[in-house]
Design a protein. Structure first.
Length: 222
C-alpha cells in the first residue's frame, strides 16, 4: 500500500510538475537517490530549484531520438564522421538545457549556445559548472545577439526553438548563406515550433527532410 502511494506520488511529480525533461540532470538524479522520507515539501522545493535551472528548452528526447535516427539513415556510413566533425549551434539557448542534452546524448565536435539575455547566459554557465564543475571543452556558450553570430565552416547544424521573430531569422539566414557560399557543406536546421517556416523556405535553398509533431529538419540544397 505504501509503495503504491509512493509510485502514484512520483507519477504526480512527473505529470503535474513536468520534471520529465530534467530527469538526466545530475542534480535531479542525486536528489532522487538522497530521498529518505518522501517529504512533499522537499519535492516542491526541488521543483522550484529545477525551474531556476531550466526554462522551456524545446529539446524533447522522444522527438530527438527518431529525428537523429532519420539523420543516421539519411547520411548512412557518413553519419559518425559528420557528427564527430560538426558543431551544432543553439540560437537562443536560454538557460542551457538543450545544449546540455546535446552534450549528453550526441557526439558533436562542439556544442555552441548563443544567448542574448545576460541573466539566462549566466544561469546556463552556472548550470554546466554545477553539473560538471567545469564547462566541458566541447561546449561554448556565448552572450551574443543571434544576428551577430558569424557561422564557422564546421557549423553544420543549427537548433531553433522559435527563439525570435521573422526579421531576426531573416538576418540569421543571410548569415548562413554567406557562410555556405564561403564554405560549401552539408548544413541542417532543426526547428521546433516552426512558426517562421516561410522565412527558411522562401529562397528555395532548403528542403524539408523530416517532420515530427512540431519539429522539422531542413537541409541546405547544395
Amino acid at each position: 500500500m505504501v509503495l503504491n502511494i509512493y509510485i502514484i506520488f512520483i507519477l504526480y511529480l512527473y505529470i503535474i510538475m513536468d520534471l520529465t525533461e530534467d530527469e538526466k540532470h545530475p542534480a535531479f538524479i542525486s536528489y532522487l537517490k538522497s530521498l529518505n522520507n518522501n517529504n512533499a515539501s522537499e519535492h516542491i522545493k526541488f521543483k522550484k530549484e529545477m525551474k531556476i535551472l531550466w526554462n522551456s528548452p524545446g529539446y524533447f528526447e522522444k522527438h530527438m531520438i527518431p529525428l537523429f535516427n532519420f539523420i543516421k539513415k539519411y547520411t548512412g556510413n557518413n553519419y559518425n564522421n559528420l557528427i564527430s566533425n560538426s558543431c551544432i549551434v543553439d540560437l537562443g539557448s536560454g538557460k542551457g538545457q538543450a545544449i546540455y542534452m546535446f552534450h549528453l546524448n550526441h557526439s558533436f565536435k562542439k556544442i555552441k549556445g548563443i544567448e542574448l539575455d545576460e541573466e539566462y547566459y549566466n544561469i546556463s554557465l552556472n548550470n554546466f559548472k554545477y553539473a560538471y564543475k567545469n564547462i566541458p571543452s566541447n561546449v561554448e556558450i556565448i552572450n551574443l545577439n543571434a544576428e551577430d553570430y558569424i557561422f564557422e565552416k564546421d557549423d553544420n547544424f543549427v537548433f531553433l526553438f522559435n527563439p525570435f521573430g521573422a526579421d531576426t531569422l531573416s538576418i540569421v539566414m543571410k548569415n548562413i548563406y554567406t557562410s555556405l557560399k564561403n564554405y560549401p557543406r552539408d548544413f541542417f536546421i532543426i526547428y521546433n515550433n516552426d512558426i517562421h517556416n516561410d522565412v527558411i523556405m522562401k529562397d528555395n535553398k532548403f528542403e524539408i527532410l523530416f517532420t515530427l509533431y512540431k519539429f522539422k529538419l531542413y537541409k541546405f540544397i547544395i
